[in-house]
Design a protein around this ligand. Sequence first.
Ligand code: LMR
Length: 394
Amino acid sequence: MLTSLKKQPADRIIGLSALYNADPRQEKIDLGVGVYKDAHGNTPIMRSIKKAESHLWKTESTKTYTSMTGDSGFHNAMADLVLADSVDRDRLSFCATPGGTGAIHHVLELVKLTESNPKIWFSDPTWGNHLTIAKHLKMVVGKYSYFNNETRAVDFEAMVSDLSKISNGDIVVLHGCCHNPTGANLNNEQWNIIADLLLEKDAIPFIDIAYQGFGEGIEEDAFGTRLLASKFPEMFIAASCSKNFGIYRERCGIVITVSKNPDISSITQGNLSYVNRQNFSFPPDHGARLVTMVLTDPDLRADWVSELEQVRVGMLDARTHLAEALRKECNSNRFDFLEHHRGMFSRLGATEEQVNKLRDKFGIYMVFDSRLNIAGVTLDKVNTIAKAVIEVGI
Ligand code: LMR
């Protein structure tokens, strides 16, 4: 039977990490997969997480199952973090998932259970896994314009024009903040315009928020999500704790849905239980428990907020340094967009050939579409990266 399996294409982000690991060059630089690194190139465990873990080890008295959609303490803590008081709690339903990717998958499975067969619209470009999960689930996918490759900013006019053509009941996936892969984001005024447009089109927003706290700040980064939650009768959210709590391998994410009323949210909750049960039964708890402890203990929370802010500011510094080095190297300000982008990524706007040359000649690894992980741009590497970028003709 297995002989009839076809070879699957390698994931282009994860495949890049394998290439990087196999590269014997000492001076290689990893600007690929979206994992935060500090100035020494390490991905540290956050202090608050370590403290919570130590406390948990001492106090946890059972490893029995939680509920089918995870612990209600986690649901509430994440609702506070992502939505604050933008929407009545009794309209929300929750499902803890293995990572933000699990949450994206589950939202789409939930949509399938509605049997309404809507088109799912993604930004062009978007995180590659969005498209492959939707295709894997045999859903109808559309793309709306998002990024202007010349200005490296959001092409808002084209975005509005494309979204004006969608049908009612369609689902529009929006990155809550820190757009992956471009780093170009909607401003608050643009969020308002998109909200009104989608309301007029009777579309359903689906927010993927995986980098809250990496852009403008924890509260600021939730602006769009909270705005939509305050306006729409129905909405989907997939939130990840991988990056902002640094617990990648714990696989911690959550689905939050907004329903029209508490009766429907209770049915939605039952359907989320069903989706978990059919996929893997109970969700992982360890990461979710740590996040809950950090968010609900005032001291741990304060420490987390301050460390996350340090991470955010560190990435802003890296943006400034790289833009400055490139300014010197090419004698122009054409890379200043790096300073306007936010989050872990920026899309350089290079060709795949140039990206390959950076890898082969200089050992600098970025994703094929020229997305670079800004956290990999440590101070000691800025000039090397800038020189190489100019030398390959970007
Ligand atoms: C990324 O975009 O690099 C991260 O979200 C990691 C992944 O799974 O692709």
